[in-house]
Design a protein around this ligand. Structure first.
Ligand code: 13P
Length: 248
């Protein structure tokens, strides 16, 4: 029997937006009827406070693997937690590429987030060359296995996975609903080999050029439990439409 999973729609603002957008987004989401969908907003850190206590989830876009110390420019999980965050994005492909975050470092960051009671939104996904070569299941499995090795499968009860094929991020080239479903089903079956209960319950989000126009079809796939939204999360009305599409 298939478990009913609550959908989650997360907005990753990346390094975009300003205080005015934060205030507008907060107002639009606060007025909306969003009872059957978890909503998560991940703005740049200076705007977190606009969303705390407003009735939905707030998350960081990154955290340090360390708890404290001489790491200029970094933020610790405990600081995000103290600021009121419930989640934190870990291992986004832009950080893997721009900041050289390896599978091992991502696993350390997931461990740090879990230690602080933050839900890591663990991003995985293959670049275009791996998609073309056809080894994307193995690629994604290795990204997940590095985290399993570090924190153990039981901790996946407190983790959200976001499948974001790198070739679909910010390109307008969305994975087809079938392509997304194939990888999501693979991720779930991969986890099920280690723990079937956790595999059934874990929220697996799709990310990569999700828009109000394609969200409904993507989210209706059996193993797609919502989305991690970049560009379209910067428009309050579009983001709201995407949240509502997950509810249906
Ligand atoms: P886009 O929705 O802009 O393609 O970005 C997806 C993403 O990277 C979310 O983390």
């Amino acid at each position: 029997m298939q478990t009913k999973r609550q959908p989650l729609v997360a907005g990753n603002w990346k390094m975009n937006g300003n205080a005015e957008l934060a205030a507008q987004m907060q107002a639009v989401l606060s007025e909306a009827e969003l009872s059957n969908v978890d909503v998560l907003v991940c703005p740049p850190m200076p705007y977190l406070h606009h969303f705390i206590g407003a009735g939905f989830n707030v998350g960081g876009q990154n955290l340090s693997e360390f708890e404290s110390g001489a790491h200029t420019g970094e933020v610790a999980g405990r600081m995000l937690k103290e600021a009121g965050c419930s989640h934190v994005i870990v291992g986004h492909s832009e950080r893997r590429t721009d900041n050289g975050e390896s599978n091992t470092l991502v696993a350390d960051k997931v461990a740090s987030a879990l230690d602080q009671g933050l839900v890591p939104v663990l991003c995985v996904g293959e670049p275009e060359s791996i998609r073309e070569e056809g080894s994307f299941f193995e690629f994604v499995a290795a990204q997940i296995d590095a985290v399993v090795e570090k924190v153990g499968i039981a901790n996946f009860a407190h983790i959200v996975i976001a499948y974001e094929p790198v070739w679909a991020i910010g390109t307008g080239k969305t994975a087809s609903p079938e392509q997304a479903q194939d990888v999501h089903a693979f991720i779930r079956s991969h986890l099920a080999k280690m723990n079937s209960e956790i595999a059934e319950k874990i929220q697996i989000l799709y990310g990569g050029s999700v828009k109000a126009a394609n969200a409904g079809e993507l989210f209706s796939q059996t193993d797609v439990d919502g989305g991690l939204i970049g560009g379209a999360s910067l428009d309050p009305q579009d983001f709201l439409k995407i949240c509502l599409a997950a509810k249906e």
